[in-house]
Design a protein around this ligand. Structure first.
Ligand SMILES: N[C@@H](CCC(=O)N[C@@H](CS)C(=O)NCC(=O)O)C(=O)O
Length: 86
């Protein structure tokens, strides 16, 4: 199961969640505030930034990379279809 650490107040978190919803992927949300100093969170986000995506043992703390990863594991529907509509 994919997990997104962060709170939707953050536009970066909303972007990651929107990408998951666009692809129809299920995910859990772990509400985490920006700058969280807990060692567990800093282990997956050394700068304390949200969002972080965790998928099995893989974690990534950057929205653009998160979206790229989502596109890799779920190529359909393709991003370019959505982009070309706007
Ligand atoms: N480059 C990061 C930026 C994310 C970011 O700046 N998130 C803010 C919340 S909107 C944050 O976590 N700030 C906490 C901090 O900078 O200490 C990304 O694209 O995910």
């Amino acid at each position: 199961m994919i997990k997104i650490y962060g709170v939707p107040l953050s536009p970066f978190v909303r972007k990651a969640i929107w990408a998951l919803e666009y692809k129809g992927l299920e995910f859990d949300n772990e509400p985490t505030l920006p700058g969280d100093t807990s060692p567990a969170f800093r282990a997956i986000s050394p700068l304390g930034k949200i969002p972080v995506l965790a998928h099995d043992d893989f974690t990534v703390p950057d929205t653009s990379v998160i979206c790229r990863y989502i596109d890799r594991i779920s190529p359909e529907p393709p991003r370019h279809v959505l982009i070309s509509r706007y």
